[in-house]
Design a protein around this ligand. Structure first.
Ligand code: C5P
Length: 240
């Protein structure tokens, strides 16, 4: 399997020109680009269409979380843009998860709908302030179980929780992991940040990398270095 299927480059910029510059600089060292709320809010669906039309895969990371009818309608629109992956918040509940997966399957059966479990910026204390007392890992396990029960084939979570998810739910679903820093970048010891090899060893199927690639002097070289650090390929990508 081509390791590039596991790498997602986050286009966290505010202009089409900046996004194009990154994509051109990365070249064929990555297949998939993440368009999140910053770029989407600034540049709209045109940037998604442009990336798709130029042969790239788009992960539309807008983390939908609304009533089922609204989320279903938004997923249908995203599918029609040609996105390959998108996110909904698992905490939107079962009816919302159902509406999203139904819309995706109707519009684009290969679209990988990912359930966001717990934002990597939240810790146990902060979860408590929104009424969730069991801690991050419990909540990630609970929301993953919920998403899988609705036929989801992937979740977004930190590498820290990936080990427990593989133990509990097996290997037949994608785990997309942000907060990845190349080995030797000096950030690998920060809380909830892991190296590419650690993420894959923990059970991630895909890693999301933004600034280490997009802000590198040579983004293609940095992407290749990260691909070289991905280590043993254990888990299915489900989205090729
Ligand atoms: O930090 P970096 O630039 O690699 O972030 C890339 C993407 O990963 C961001 O778009 C953000 O959505 C996500 N991220 C995250 N949790 C972190 C760090 C980044 O979800 N701790």
């Amino acid at each position: 399997m081509d390791p590039r299927q596991r790498l997602i480059v986050a286009l966290d910029v505010s202009t089409v020109a900046a996004a194009r510059k990154i994509v051109a600089a990365v070249g064929d060292s990555a297949f998939t680009y993440k368009v999140g709320m910053q770029l989407y809010t600034a540049a709209g669906p045109a940037i998604v269409r442009e990336l798709v039309d130029s042969g790239h895969r788009v992960f539309l990371d807008l983390k939908y979380h609304d009533i089922p009818n609204t989320v279903g309608a938004a997923v249908r629109e995203a599918a029609q843009l040609g996105t390959s992956m998108l996110t909904v918040h698992a905490s939107g509940g079962g009816k919302m998860l159902q509406a999203a997966i139904d819309a995706a399957q109707a519009a684009s059966p290969d679209l990988l709908v990912l359930a966001v479990t717990v934002l990597t910026s939240l810790d146990d204390d902060e979860l408590g302030t929104i009424g969730l007392r069991g801690g991050v890992q419990d909540q990630v396990l609970r929301l993953t179980a919920l998403a899988l029960s609705y036929g989801y084939k992937g979740v977004v979570t930190s590498a820290r929780e990936a080990v427990a998810l593989r133990e509990e739910f097996g290997r037949d679903f994608a785990i997309v992991t942000p907060g990845v820093r190349p080995a030797g970048s000096g950030h690998a010891d920060q809380a909830r940040v892991v190296t590419p090899a650690e993420a894959i060893a923990a059970g991630a199927s895909h890693i999301v990398v933004g600034r280490p690639i997009t802000e590198a002097a040579d983004p293609a070289a940095e992407a290749r270095a990260i691909l070289g650090q991905l280590g043993v390929e254990q888990f299915p990508v489900l989205s090729s």
